[in-house]
Design a protein around this ligand. Structure first.
Ligand code: HEM
Length: 194
C-alpha cells in the first residue's frame, strides 16, 4: 500500500486549468500592449500614426473585453465547482492570504476592464470603441473631457500596477509551495505534472 501525501491531493478541473493559463497569458500581453500603446501615443507625429494607434487601442479594448467575459465565466465556474482543499499544515495566515488574494484577482480581472471601458468612454466620437476594430460598442454616459480622460486613464494604469503586484505575490507563493514546502499545490494547476 502506498502512503498518501499532500502531493496526491485533488486537482483543479481541466476548464479551470485552461482558464488559468490562457488568462495569465492574456493579462500579461494586454498590460504590455497597453503600456506600449500609451508610450506611442505620447510620441505621435503624423495622422497615419494616429490612425494606426487608434486601431491598436481597439485591439487592446477587444482583448480587455474578452478578459472580462472570460473572468465572469471563470467566476461562475469557480462558484459552481469544487476546488481541491489546501494542504494540511498551512498556517491560518497563509490560508487567509490565499483566499484574500484569489478574491482580489477576481476584483482586478473584472474591475480593470470595466475601468478601461470607462476610460475609453471619456473620449469623443472620433475615438469609438470598436470590437475587433470593426463593431462599434456603446459608451458609458461619462463626461468626455480631458480631466475625466486623465482621471480614468490614470486609475486604469494604477489598477494594472495593482494586478502586477498581486501576480508577483501569487508567483512567489507558488514557488514557496513548490520549492520550500514541496506540497504539490503548483502541480494541481499544471495539466501534465504530478
Ligand atoms: C484586464 C483588462 C485590461 C488590462 C490589464 C489593461 C491594461 C492597460 C494598461 C497597462 C494600459 C496603459 C496604462 C498607462 O500606461 O497609463 C492601458 C491603457 C488603456 N486601456 Fe486598458 N486594460 C484592460 C482592458 C481595457 C478595456 C476593456 C478597455 C476599453 C474597452 C481599455 C481601454 C484602455 C484605454 C482607453 C487606455 C488608455 C488610457 C488613457 O487614456 O490613458 N482597457 N490598459
Amino acid at each position: 500500500m502506498t502512503e498518501t501525501t499532500d502531493r496526491d491531493q485533488g486537482r483543479y478541473t481541466g476548464v479551470a486549468i485552461a482558464l488559468h493559463w490562457i488568462m495569465a497569458a492574456l493579462l500579461i500581453s494586454v498590460i504590455f500592449y497597453g503600456w506600449w500603446l500609451t508610450d506611442q501615443r505620447d510620441a505621435i507625429s503624423s495622422y497615419e500614426e494616429f490612425l494606426e494607434l487608434k486601431s491598436g487601442f481597439n485591439w487592446h479594448k477587444t482583448a480587455g473585453i474578452l478578459i472580462l467575459v472570460l473572468s465572469l465565466f471563470r467566476l461562475f465556474w469557480r462558484v459552481t465547482h469544487k476546488v481541491p482543499p489546501l494542504p494540511e499544515g498551512m498556517a491560518d495566515w497563509e490560508r487567509i492570504g490565499a483566499r484574500f488574494s484569489h478574491i482580489a484577482f477576481y476584483v482586478f480581472m473584472i474591475g480593470l476592464p470595466i475601468g478601461g471601458y470607462m476610460a475609453a468612454s471619456a473620449y469623443g466620437p472620433e475615438q469609438p470603441i470598436l470590437l475587433f476594430d470593426a463593431i462599434e460598442l456603446p459608451k458609458f454616459p461619462v463626461p468626455q473631457t480631458p480631466e475625466f480622460q486623465a482621471l480614468t486613464g490614470s486609475m486604469h494604469g494604477s489598477g494594472s500596477w495593482g494586478l502586477i503586484a498581486l501576480m508577483a505575490l501569487h508567483i512567489a507563493a507558488a514557488m514557496k509551495h513548490e520549492f520550500v514546502k514541496n506540497d504539490g499545490v503548483l502541480a494541481r494547476m499544471i495539466p501534465i505534472i504530478r
